[in-house]
Design a protein around this ligand. Structure first.
Ligand code: FAD
Ligand code: FES
Ligand code: FES
Length: 490
């Protein structure tokens, strides 16, 4: 590697101004930066944990040669991670001739706002949709609003306002749409290939220049905290007031966002977000579609990464059970050494993963389902949208010509201290005829695999009963009987 340039400040566009920050805490969030430092108080603070969407702003970032604007939660987005981006707050919205923006106009006309506290966030979420998918259907409107809570208006007028704004169009007159090419050029000009390194009284953080640089930095500083989408780490700061020490940001690294579709399967960087992976879900893993739409809300899906979901080792992360059942593997990298392992082997015990200091998850590989495979993944949570799983079960089944179980992989989250395979249930089913009697045998074997804990999300007994019933549910799905039972529930 040639000599690397180092920059001592972060720079990004905020609405129509270029911002340069040299003395910046790694954990200062964008919401505070907007409200307290920039005097832009249109963006509101509700929960400060990524849940309510009152703080929604748009972040435009380069994706290959394109500029992508996404709704994000400013309360858990660290300002430092915005290097090279375009931040758009509600103050930047305007319609033709100084009028309200079409999205705002529709919200007013259709009574989409009462106390108004949630309204800027809702307008920003709808603005992102209006700009990127002018033909969005009702389902899509509802999906993009999953991460915006409104306590007083109710969603009917808001959804109607969204429909009206989409119908009215007007995108060709929108400044952000019109100035896209100029902004693209401005952002390219900010990407100078330098490492950003700030060591000030406010704290220390690094934005590596590329993945090789990340590997070297993390080898040298294995105690540093890696931050990808910050949808977990952000809360360590806003809720638990944790000091993260030296922070190494990874979300800007294009290499970690690559997706390679091969003949046998897909390999993608650990920094691929839930939203970036969505087209792959539609194209290759259709049975995960409903489930994918229940991970976080739109803002969390735009920020949160699959690598972060795996690396955090959470027993209730949603993707590990599904990916284990699909037979996924991960590549871990330390310096220039790489190792490859089945995802199931990565999780050792609660809070313990097979990852040594200085090592990070670089990529994830998932084989495609074969024509004989049947797959299902089911999430149980207290709230349908934007809620963490109480438990999550994933199933991949292959039958032989005589309707016997040739292969079955079952993995659960929320049933143990780690995402875990139900090996005894699998054994009870293997070689047996795929029918209700066999399912009953499988359901009885769950106690050999799991001793779940009870907590605020569900008692141990509830978890055990639900897990057993999910096996039944998967069976019904394979029989084509699930539709009537779960219409709209997944
Ligand atoms: C409102 C809200 C709703 C949520 N809903 C869901 C949900 O429905 N389902 C669900 O599963 N999760 C949910 N989450 C949790 C979170 O979004 C996910 O766990 C997400 O995948 C974390 O990814 P991230 O990139 O934001 O991780 P970060 O917060 O950046 O990091 C998480 C952890 O992973 C480490 N890390 C990140 N990348 C790497 C890497 N490449 N190598 C090694 N370590 C790494 C970090 O150091 C940290 O320890 C929700 C969070 C919020 C705030
Ligand atoms: S303030 Fe609630 S999501 Fe940010
Ligand atoms: S209008 Fe009051 S919270 Fe939505």
């Amino acid at each position: 590697m040639g000599a690397l340039k180092t920059r001592k400040h972060v720079r990004f566009w905020l609405n129509d101004k270029l911002v340069e920050l040299g003395d910046l805490s790694p954990t200062q969030n964008l919401l505070d930066f907007l409200r307290l430092q920039s005097g832009l108080r249109g963006t509101k603070e509700g929960c400060a944990e990524g849940d309510c969407g009152a703080c929604t702003v748009l972040v435009g970032r380069l994706s290959g040669d394109d500029l992508v604007y996404e709704a994000v939660n400013a309360c858990i987005r660290f300002t430092a991670s915005l290097d090279g981006c375009h931040v758009v707050s509600i103050e930047h919205l305007r319609g033709e001739g100084g009028k309200l923006h079409p999205v705002q106009e529709a919200m007013v006309a259709l009574h989409g706002s009462q106390c108004g506290f949630c309204s800027p966030g809702i307008v920003m979420s709808l603005y992102a949709l209006w700009m990127s998918q002018p033909n969005a259907d009702q389902k899509t409107v509802e999906r993009v609003l999953q991460g915006n809570l409104c306590r007083c208006t109710g969603y009917v007028p808001i959804v109607k306002a969204a429909r009206r704004a989409l119908e009215n169009g007007g995108q060709s007159a929108d400044p952000l749409v019109n100035e896209r090419t100029q902004m693209l050029e401005k952002l390219f000009a900010l990407h100078d290939g330098a490492r950003v390194e700030i060591n000030s009284e406010a704290g220390r953080f690094i934005l590596p220049a590329n993945v090789d640089d990340l590997a070297q930095i993390f080898l040298d500083k294995p105690d540093a905290t890696l931050v990808a989408g910050a949808t977990d780490v952000g809360l360590w700061v806003t809720k638990f007031m944790r000091d993260l020490g030296t922070v190494v940001f990874t979300g800007h690294l294009g290499e970690l966002h690559t997706i390679l579709e091969g003949d046998e399967g897909v390999t993608f960087g650990a920094g691929v977000t839930f939203s970036e992976f969505w087209p792959l879900v539609h194209a290759r893993f259709e049975d995960m579609g409903g489930f994918w739409g229940r991970i976080g809300g739109e803002q969390v899906r735009n920020m949160g990464t699959i690598g972060g979901n795996i690396a955090n080792g959470s027993p209730i992360g949603d993707t590990p059970p599904a990916l284990i059942a699909l037979g996924a593997a991960i590549t871990l990298r330390k310096g220039d050494k790489r190792r490859f392992m089945a995802l199931a082997d990565y999780f050792i015990a609660y809070g313990k993963q097979d990852r040594s200091p200085g090592e990070f998850v670089e990529s994830i590989s998932i084989p495609y389902l074969s024509r004989e495979d049947q797959f299902g993944v089911f999430k149980i949570s207290k709230r349908r949208d934007e809620d963490i799983s109480t438990l999550c079960g994933a199933f991949r089944l292959r039958l032989d010509g005589a309707n016997r179980v040739k292969e079955i992989v079952i993995a659960f989250g929320g049933m143990a201290g780690i995402p875990k395979r139900a090996s005894n249930v699998e054994m009870a089913l293997k070689g047996m005829e795929w029918n209700e009697e066999t399912i009953a045998l499988g359901m009885a074997a769950f106690e050999d695999d799991f001793t779940p804990m009870g907590d605020v999300r569900g008692s141990a007994a509830y978890r055990m009963l639900s897990a057993r019933n999910l096996l039944k549910r998967f069976y019904l799905k394979t029989q084509g009987d699930l539709h009537e039972l779960t219409r709209g529930a997944l």
